[in-house]
Design a protein around this ligand. Sequence first.
Ligand code: RIB
Length: 308
Amino acid sequence: MTIIVFGSINLDLVTRTHRLPKPGETLAGISFFTASGGKGANQAVAAAKLGMITWMIGRVGGDSFGQELLESLQQSGVKCDRILIDDTTPSGIATITVEDTGENTIVIVPGANDRVNESDCDRLTDLLPHAAALLLQLEIPLPAVLAAAKKAQNAGVPVILDPAPARELPPELYALIDIITPNETELSILTGIAVRDIETAREAITELQRRGVRTAIAKLGAKGVLCARGEEELFVPAFAVAAVDTVAAGDAFNGALAVAIAQGLPLREAIVWGAAAGALTVTKPGAQSALPSRLTFEDFLREGKIKT
Ligand code: RIB
């Protein structure tokens, strides 16, 4: 079985600061680096590093960033033959600021990601019969997300949607989603419920189920993970780690969740895998470079702590 990721590919321009700037404020940063990112690409790398055959479908620009992004995906073992090099546009980029606590802000300029459309879904067709899951996010246009979800559902392939960055979704999309994985902010934006604790998260994921999603998973950071599937509720506490950079933690969660599901693990265990991959990712700087290898991941799962 394989995993397919349909979504965004970005070059991340990362600045470290002691704290995030306030509106109108100029701050001196501590360091700057570029790294491969994009929520789609990060999820693909997360799954590939955990040993799954993983296909990435999306677009990069015909610039040097595009080449760099493709090379780094290939080095991580992601299958890239279905990524289109779109010479008409620059590659997507993300300007990211990370403060000392590991918290971040991200502004994306979508570039080639914005040109992904329904025609890109054609490159999914022959892969779907062998796929255990299709992973989607919201850094490409919604009509493309919708078309890919429809195609997967018709082929009987489960759809896992990371609704990031959150925005209003077409109502018909909800019924095509098997698993949705918002964080606190995304859950609030999607439902209009101010999510601040387990109680309000429960209310919000129930609302997502009411809209047609089968399984709703709230990624609540240090508060843990709350999941509703039908009438069943699951709670998985967070792993305690020292965060240096929270970028791509959510992507790591989705990649690992999909791998666990592809391997036939029960939902609770799949959520533990997601939480463990997310926890390991926040201990390292960068997006794809911070995602754990299978070996590191298994050690962490066994021991509940990072091997030094
Ligand atoms: O989820 C983290 C990712 O969000 C970054 O890699 C950045 O590219 C943005 O897409």
